[in-house]
Design a protein around this ligand. Structure first.
Ligand code: SF4
Length: 137
């Protein structure tokens, strides 16, 4: 969803072909659609990356949380490039380090363990959204 609102933008990387990318997108959806629907919204990274002028109008100076699958940090870098204020740069790979040996699934389908990791990260980021929204704009 894209709007001119002051909701916190929760932006996952695109991460196609990797379970890390799927986890990143599922976390973003859970935070913005379920856990913090009133305080946050998703934005599409492809739009941020390909139309910096248009996306910059929507996120310049706005608080953003980026969720990246791997250390390349595509979402964090692209959001910062268009002027978004990245308050949290989450790396899904760090959560996987805490769950060594977890069988999270594939690039297209998560296992029960994968969904548990999604829930754990989403809970952590939902707390962050709530803290940031209490701070005001
Ligand atoms: S951060 Fe890593 S997983 Fe995500 S889009 Fe970039 S290269 Fe792919």
């Amino acid at each position: 969803m894209i709007s001119m609102s002051n909701k916190i933008k929760v932006i996952p990387c695109s991460g196609m072909g990797k379970v890390l990318g799927l986890v990143s997108r599922e976390v973003a959806l859970k935070v913005a659609n379920e856990l913090c629907a009133h305080q946050s919204e998703n934005m599409c990274l492809a739009f941020v990356s390909t139309d910096g002028e248009a996306s910059g109008k929507l996120i310049k100076g706005k608080k953003c949380i980026t969720i990246d699958g791997c250390p390349k940090m595509c979402a964090a870098k692209n959001v910062a490039n268009v002027g978004g204020i990245v308050k949290e740069e989450y790396r899904v790979i760090d959560a996987f380090r805490k769950h060594k040996g977890a069988k999270a699934g594939t690039a297209t389908e998560l296992t029960e363990e994968g969904w548990e990791i999604v829930d754990e990260i989403a809970d952590e980021l939902a707390k962050k959204v709530k803290e940031l929204s209490k701070e005001g704009n």
